[in-house]
Design a protein around this ligand. Structure first.
Ligand code: NDP
Ligand code: HSE
Length: 436
């Protein structure tokens, strides 16, 4: 009989929503994990902020410590899982682990999108692995497919619903006709939205994920600050109703796309609400689910769908990474590192080309339509449809354009705001998905 392999000893940094589920899964699936890896995983220490917190976990109290740096530095630790979140101390802890040759699994999208380069550099220097599947779209296997399965293809565009809270809110607005605040209140009471939902509703969370996706898809370094970001706080019940009337639904999209034009190759990365046709695969993604639609030259169109958050789904992704880095550690191999060879220029939002839905409160009298149409023509923005809703003091015009650059569209909006006959530009929303 073969001698059993020595255990691989794991340090867990953080034991909150995700970390506690990692502990439970390590406990309940220990034998399976051991068989899949070829050696047992042993939880050797858990770093937390508060030792006194009631946790109800199947591990002895002695495993807990508030000295995360000391735990990482212990010579008996082989692998490190970071689920503290935020920039510091997570960054210092991950760099210390990698520098010491200990592979790291993290779910920390904020850190990866802000300073992934520092982490990747530390991993490259020591030859340790840095895996982060859980950082985007929770349980959905997405980053490894991008990094490995699609490594032989050319990705042209990645379009994702990567924030569950905002998708829940927009789903409720679509289903019930509720306004943003009422839908958010419902999301909060059901536990979908955090007490402070700013990172979700203002698009920061989705922007961090978009930066990570764009970097992997286009082999280019992209940070959160490169991502054009608009949240959903300005989306109104009227926008959602107007989308419905056009056969569309409003979604908060994270879009990363390769751009090739006279000024060369580039990549644009943006997060904003957009109308998409109800026939688009992403339109059927409801409630707090996530989905990412990938378009690639040879593979065609792929969709990845599933739960994007929550302790258990996210822990599933963490465990998957832990198995991968454990196998690599045992075999002396290394997973795919970061790749930014393409070094594409990240385009400004003004250069992005898409379609637009503009709603205007107007005076219902002769010549108004001509003045509005002229504003579009002056900036070479072609109108696809115009619809008048209401009349008299309640009149509004809804204009949908053909594709135009964001800079041209903003110039149109500026001109419209200066027209006497336009009382207000009530809303401007991008329209994505193929033009029928
Ligand atoms: P929580 O806030 O629930 O847990 C954070 C944990 O880190 C707690 O156990 C806390 O200790 C511990 N901690 C905080 N500061 C320190 C410190 N200085 N030293 C040691 N431990 C510390 O976070 P989540 O579990 O929700 O998220 C963890 C990571 O996973 C984040 O990067 C998040 O973005 C990511 N993620 C989360 C998802 C989710 O659904 N929750 C989904 C996808 C990714 P204590 O318990 O004592 O307070
Ligand atoms: N707050 C995030 C969401 C959690 O709503 O999707 C996962 O990152």
């Amino acid at each position: 009989m073969a001698t059993p392999a020595a255990p691989l000893r794991v340090a867990l940094l953080g034991c909150g929503t995700v970390g506690a589920e990692v502990v439970r899964l390590l406990h309940t699936s220990g034998d399976d994990l051991s068989a899949r890896i070829g050696a047992p995983l042993e939880l050797a220490g858990i770093a937390v902020r508060r030792l006194g917190r009631a946790r109800d976990l199947p591990v002895p109290d002695e495993l807990f410590t508030t000295d995360a740096a000391g735990l990482v530095a212990r010579p008996d630790i082989d692998l490190v899982v970071e689920v503290i979140g935020g920039l510091e101390p997570a960054r210092s802890l991950i760099v210390a682990a990698l520098t010491a040759g200990k592979s790291v699994v993290t779910a920390n999208k904020a850190l990866l999108a802000e300073d992934g380069a520092t982490l990747h550099a530390a991993a490259a220097l020591s030859g340790a692995d840095l895996y982060y599947e859980a950082s985007v779209a929770g349980a959905i296997p997405l980053l490894r497919p991008l990094r490995e399965s699609l490594a032989g293809d050319q990705i042209s565009r990645v379009t994702g619903i990567v924030n569950g809270t905002t998708n829940f809110v927009l789903t409720r607005m679509d289903e019930t006709g509720a306004g943003f605040q009422d839908a958010l209140d419902e999301a909060t009471s059901l536990g979908y939205a955090e007490a402070d939902p700013t990172a979700d509703v203002e698009g920061f969370d989705a922007a961090a994920k978009a930066a990570i996706l764009a970097g992997l898809a286009f082999h280019t370094r992209v940070v959160a600050a490169d991502v054009h970001r608009e949240g959903i706080t300005e989306v109104t019940a009227a926008d959602v109703a107007s989308a419905k009337a056009m056969g569309c639904v409003v979604k908060l999209l994270a879009i990363a796309e390769r751009v090739s034009d006279a000024s060369g190759n580039g990549v644009s990365v943006r997060v904003h609400p957009a109308m998409i046709p109800r026939t688009h695969p992403l339109a059927s993604v409801r409630e707090a689910y996530n989905a990412v639609f990938v378009e690639a030259a040879s593979a065609g169109r792929l969709m990845f769908y599933g739960p994007g958050a929550g302790g258990s789904p996210t822990a599933s992704a963490v465990l998957g990474d832990l198995v991968a880095v454990a196998r690599n550690t045992l075999s002396g191999a290394r997973g795919a590192g970061s790749s930014d060879y393409a070094d594409l220029r990240v385009r400004a939002m003004g250069e992005v080309v898409t379609r637009y839905h503009i709603s205007l409160d107007v005076a219902d009298k002769a010549g108004v339509l001509a003045a509005v149409a002229n504003a579009f023509a002056d900036h070479d923005v072609s109108i696809r449809t115009v619809r008048q809703e209401g009349h008299g003091d309640d009149a509004s015009l809804v204009v949908v354009t053909h594709t135009a650059s964001d800079a041209d569209l903003q110039a149109v909006v500026e001109q419209l705001r200066g027209l006497d006959s336009v009382r207000a530009v009530a809303s401007v929303m991008r329209v994505e998905g193929q033009e029928p």
